[in-house]
Design a protein around this ligand. Structure first.
Ligand SMILES: [Ca+2]
Ligand SMILES: [Ca+2]
Ligand SMILES: [Ca+2]
Length: 278
């Protein structure tokens, strides 16, 4: 992380973010009807209920196949794209939360070359793709991360999506799992390498604030003909050499040191990249 943004968002409560996280942990195999019967206890700005814990049985996890769950999303990136921007190889994140208020935790997957995908939890470890009706595909974004939190404090989970250079976008939930993007304001964090996000009421005013972790949007390895000025240590002279990426997988530098400088390289600095260009 080499930079960050701290943005203030409309009024809500930090405790509701805690509820979002708690809800994310409640991916159960109960039916929606059973979930609706949960005994919720309401507090100031939050609610909770007791989770049943089996007194016996086997601990651990069981891997469920996509053919069973219905979660078929794969985050693909074409060779043509990652050869010209290797930052895309850093991948994308997932957000979990009950977007439609039925008591079952839904899943939102970010995508790079393809659209993001929202899966509604049907219960019984079954999910359905509701991306189109929810309005959260973001097909033009190289989406890198997302978070579900009640940004406007109306009791439902809203969505914040990060992207590589395309900004950070806020979507408001209508309470039924349908989202509207905030088109009346420019995206936050535009042309930065947004990765993960976190929300909390930093200043205690009752509004959730947003923290965006940024990486870079490109690397020198993506610039096959780049010319980079090099300044010599302890020298006031102007750049005296240029580093030029002369081939797809090599990087050479030609330098002439000024007399008052401290040379740190006598000849070309070269590096090679792995065959897959990572
Ligand atoms: Ca749900
Ligand atoms: Ca909301
Ligand atoms: Ca705040």
């Amino acid at each position: 992380m080499n930079s960050f943004d701290l943005k203030r968002l409309p009024r809500t409560t930090g405790l509701l973010a805690v509820v979002a996280i708690t809800t994310a942990l409640q991916i159960t195999n109960k039916s929606a009807a059973a979930s609706a019967a949960m005994n919720w206890h309401t507090g100031p700005g939050y609610r909770w209920h007791q989770l049943p814990v089996a007194g016996a049985g086997k601990t651990g996890f069981t891997l469920l196949p996509p053919s069973s769950t219905g979660i078929l999303v794969t985050n693909r990136i074409s060779v043509e794209r990652y050869l010209t921007n290797s930052m895309l190889l850093n991948g994308s994140g997932v957000a979990a939360g009950d977007v439609d208020g039925d008591g079952l935790c839904d899943l939102y997957f970010c995508g790079l070359d393809g659209p993001n995908v929202l899966y509604r939890n049907l219960g019984g470890w079954k999910f359905e793709d509701v991306t189109v009706t929810a309005g959260v595909a973001c097909p033009a974004l190289d989406a890198t991360g997302a978070v579900l939190a009640d940004i406007d404090g109306d009791g439902d989970l809203d969505l914040v999506v990060n992207s590589l250079a395309g900004g950070t976008h806020v979507f408001i939930n209508d309470g039924q799992g349908h989202f509207a993007s905030q088109t009346n304001m420019p995206p936050l964090n535009y042309q930065r390498g947004g990765t993960s996000l976190a929300l909390a009421d930093i200043d205690g005013d009752g509004d959730l604030d947003l923290y965006v972790a940024n990486y870079r949007t490109w690397t020198i390895r993506d610039q096959p003909v780049s010319a980079i000025p090099i300044w010599w240590a302890d020298s006031p002279s102007a750049p005296t050499a240029h580093s030029r990426n002369t081939a797809r997988r090599t990087h050479s530098t030609s330098m002439t040191a000024p007399a008052d400088s401290v040379p740190f390289r006598s000849r070309a600095e070269a590096f090679s990249m792995r065959p897959d260009n990572r």
